[in-house]
Design a protein around this ligand. Structure first.
Ligand code: PMP
Length: 457
């Protein structure tokens, strides 16, 4: 990286992170300013309407105009607008939400700790893992393994877990004790002709080699998103989680499932852990938990994790960790109502059904000259854009083609997001079959316009 601070090149790189390719053009145009939303749509200040095909930031499960969430917030605001969970205090909304989450858990879970963002929840997970190792008399067991391309947030610990170079570069990250193993991106990282199963076997071997190199008794936990989101919507290759979990079990390493995007129906089951038969010891949840109407996140832990933490805090006399707004009653009330609506309207089964329609529809573009790969599960997907199917290359630099198609898609009334040259689709869970078809036909137009601009046939 040689760009000078504040130079046009540096701004290009910075904007690149957010999916833009021409920083100067965007500086002149300014951001797209959104004024209101209804259902799966948002409208900008000029009255242009868009399908919000990213559900905001992978998060607005119930769309942009759910009156029951407004009512739940209003009711809680007027009853108890704030209380905390420190010094042996609690309140009804957070107790009910913790109990609800434990009953929903795909594997036996014991306790829930509330935070305000996915990053804070991952930070808390890391701190509690270290606290637990100390409690167990294993002060050397502090290393955490996550994956290249993984995304876990941007605070010092969670950005360290994140495996994307732009979240580390110039931030002096990652911190010590965080290790990254290979990414499970078959299209990008498999060897020519390597099957998904063989690729998964190689990734499990890579993980085991890393554990051996570092010393098995120094490794405390492995963090992973069931399906990677910000790293480009990376669906694990067949047999991946089964093989990774076998290695973790062999060395008694905790599995932390970061369900911040996958949780609450996104992959067509309630949790991504169910879609991939994962048995996590800890789960991180946020985003769809409250449909993102208010900030809330949660860390759920099993008894194996909780026991030693409780012992240590009894020895010390307190658990010296917590956030003022953690488990905020208004956010907790909105989360409870969100979960009730997801349940009442059968939105998990609905996501599986309309998700299948979206996946099939996207795969119909597989022969388009600009499409290298279509991947996804349930209501989350990406198309990998290429200018040359043989070499699998886009335009130079990476992200230029993604930015071009993303811009054309926006002109066609759809908000997506390009991560490099992968264009993501993660619409609200309430999207209907007709709205999916509309989204697909707008995408078809944008792809054809891009191909004709680039003179590809
Ligand atoms: N984990 C995952 C899997 C995420 O996708 C995100 C956010 N995109 C985070 C953690 C961090 O959440 P937040 O932005 O709320 O800190």
């Amino acid at each position: 990286m040689t760009a000078q601070p504040n130079s046009p090149e540096a701004r290009d790189i910075a904007y690149h992170l957010h999916g833009y390719t021409d920083a100067r053009k965007h500086d002149e145009a300014g951001p797209l300013v959104i004024a209101r939303g209804d259902g799966i749509y948002v409208e900008d200040i000029h009255g242009n309407r868009y399908i919000e095909a990213m559900a905001g930031l992978w998060s607005v499960a119930l769309g942009f105009s759910e009156p029951r969430l407004v009512a739940a917030a209003t009711k809680q605001m007027s009853t108890l607008p704030f209380y905390h969970s420190f010094t042996h205090k609690s309140h009804g909304a957070v107790i009910d939400l913790a109990e609800k989450l434990v009953t929903m858990a795909p594997v036996p879970m014991s306790k829930v700790f509330f935070t305000n963002s996915g990053s804070e929840a991952n930070d808390t997970a890391m701190k509690l893992i270290w606290y637990r190792s100390n409690s167990l008399g294993q002060p050397q067991r502090k290393k955490i393994i996550s994956r290249m391309r993984g995304y876990h947030g941007v605070t010092i610990a969670s950005a360290s877990l994140t495996g994307l170079p732009n979240n580390h570069r110039s931030f002096d990250l990652p911190i010590a004790n965080v290790l990254h193993t290979s990414s499970p991106h078959h299209y990008k990282e498999a060897k020519p002709g390597e099957s998904e199963e063989d690729f998964a076997t190689r990734l499990a071997e890579d993980l085991e080699a890393l554990i051996q190199r570092e010393g098995p008794d120094t490794i405390a936990a492995f963090f992973g998103e069931p399906v990677m989101g910000a790293g480009g919507v990376v669906v694990p290759p067949r047999t991946y989680w089964q093989k990774i979990q076998a290695v973790l079990t062999r060395y008694d390493i905790l599995l932390v499932a970061d369900e911040v995007i996958c949780g609450f129906g996104r992959t067509g089951k309630m949790f991504g852990s169910q879609t991939y038969d994962m048995k996590p010891d800890m789960m991180i949840m946020s985003k769809q938990l409250s449909s993102s109407y208010l900030p809330i996140s949660a860390l759920m832990i099993n008894e194996k994790v909780y026991g030693p933490i409780a012992d240590e805090s009894h020895r010390i006399g307190t658990l010296g960790h917590g956030f003022t707004a953690g488990g905020h009653p208004v956010a907790a009330a909105v989360a409870l109502e969100t979960l009730k609506i997801i349940d009442e309207r059968g939105l998990v089964a609905h996501a599986a059904e309309v998700g299948a329609r979206m996946q099939t529809g996207l795969r119909r573009f597989a022969d388009h000259p600009l499409i290298g790969e279509v991947r996804g599960v349930g209501l989350i997907a990406a198309i990998e854009l290429v200018a040359d199917k043989e070499t699998r290359k886009g335009l130079d630099p990476v992200g230029k083609l993604g930015g071009l198609v993303n811009g054309l898609l926006q002109k066609n009334g759809v908000i997506s997001r390009n991560m490099g040259d992968a264009l993501a689709f993660c619409p609200p869970l309430i999207i209907t079959a007709t709205e999916i078809d509309d989204l697909l036909s707008r995408l078809g137009r944008a792809l054809d316009e891009a191909a004709s601009q680039l003179e590809l046939k």
